[in-house]
Design a protein around this ligand. Structure first.
Ligand code: P1T
Length: 377
């Protein structure tokens, strides 16, 4: 099936009891058991929920995967992946990831015997150079948040296969509509469902998707044992959202391209970072491994004072953390999403106080450009 068809139908059959076309919302913490050891396959809400299972099947289909395991947040999904490694193991991570991923790995999980190497994965050979006898996993984010740097998933997958390493790809920025890492050799795809997948800025969620039955079995066990599950209502809302993922992503892409083009010509802007621009250093790779360029645009201003004015004067773009919703947001990563990343570390990959990140929504592109024009003036 095509993406839009799967988005609307995968994991969702009409209800067997009433024929309801929309997957029912099962708000229950537990299930009646007929007698000792006899039940309908549902025992307890943390372990089983029909609405959650429908969402897991739906998102797995969109990522061309077999198994989906849902969580209460994107970070809960990434945290669960750390249960696939153990004390003494080493993980290689893209140097520029979401600040919360950095905080989880470097400031929390490192207290439990895990070690991390922060690597510029835009060059796959840098990964090769960091592999140690105890390396078990490579965790990449592509495109990265907020520098929009790309990693060649196929090339990294070849390295991981040769060295017996698990490859995890955080695909939050592209959504399954524009990029499917499992088809490029990744073992696990992780998403902050909070972002494009849900797309309406009204819930927090996460998902891990894999084709590997052994990984699935372990993650399913951890999902129940550690318990970071999403609420049934959030699963139901997300199912409602994925039905329009294809049309939303097309519009995000179209609007972001227009906004990026407009910013390119502005004298107060030093550079515009968008994988869809021919001068993006990895535009060729973007065209190869993604089927679009997404809705995120980052810009470096020439002066920080202009950044402050710009953020104050925007009217349609809201100054807020998060991204991927239908409404346009603007963020100052250094003081907001990436506050936990030390200055020396972030400046190495170009993240300074002059960088502004735009999550371009699906409003009328002309209104968005006019808003930017008045705020930057
Ligand atoms: O917020 P949560 O659902 O827990 O997702 C964490 C996360 C994981 N991966 C990426 C690439 C992300 O961007 C995020 C969350 N990011 C933001 C809140 C932000 O504004 O960048």
């Amino acid at each position: 099936m095509g993406f839009a068809t799967d988005a609307i139908h995968a994991g969702q059959k009409p209800d067997e009891v009433t024929g309801a076309v929309i997957t029912p919302l099962y708000l229950t913490s537990t299930y009646a058991q007929e007698e000792l050891g006899k039940n309908k396959g549902f025992e307890y809400g943390r372990t089983h929920n029909f609405t959650r299972a429908a969402l897991e099947q739906n998102l797995a289909a969109l990522e061309k995967g077999t198994f989906g395991i849902a969580y209460a947040s994107g970070l809960a999904a990434i945290h669960a992946l750390m249960s696939l490694v153990k004390a003494g193991d080493h993980v290689i991570v893209t140097d520029n990831v979401y600040g919360g991923t950095y905080r989880l790995f470097e400031l929390i999980m490192s207290n439990y015997g895990l070690s991390y190497s922060w690597v510029d994965t835009t060059k796959p050979e840098n990964i090769l150079a960091e592999i140690r006898p105890n390396t078990r996993m490579v965790h990449i984010e592509t495109p990265t948040n907020p520098m929009l740097s790309l990693t060649d998933i196929k090339a990294v997958s070849a390295i991981c296969k040769e060295h017996g390493l698990l490859l995890v790809v955080d695909n939050t920025f592209m959504s399954p509509y524009f990029q499917n890492p499992l088809t490029l050799g990744a073992d696990i795809v992780t998403h902050s469902v909070t972002k494009y997948i849900n797309g309406h800025s009204d819930l927090i969620g996460g998902i891990n998707i894999t084709n590997n039955a052994t990984i699935h079995e372990r993650l399913r066990y951890i999902q129940n044992a550690a318990g970071g599950v999403p609420s049934p209502f959030d699963c139901w809302l997300t199912l409602r959202s994925t039905k329009t993922l294809a049309v939303r992503m097309k519009q995000h892409n179209e609007n972001a391209q227009k906004v990026a083009q407009f910013l390119l010509t502005h004298p107060k802007i030093a550079d515009v970072i968008y994988p869809g621009l021919p001068d993006h250093p990895q535009h060729k790779l973007a065209k190869e491994q993604m089927s679009g360029f997404g809705g995120m645009v980052s810009v470096n201003f020439k002066e920080f004072t202009d950044v402050q004015q710009f953020l104050k004067k925007l009217k349609i773009f809201t100054l807020a953390e998060s991204l991927g919703g239908v409404e346009s947001l603007v963020c100052h990563p250094v003081s907001m999403t990436h506050g936990s990343v030390p200055k020396e570390k972030r400046e190495k990959f170009g993240l300074t106080e002059k960088l502004v990140r735009l999550s371009v929504g699906i409003e009328d592109a002309e209104d968005l450009i006019n808003d930017i024009r008045q705020a930057i003036a």
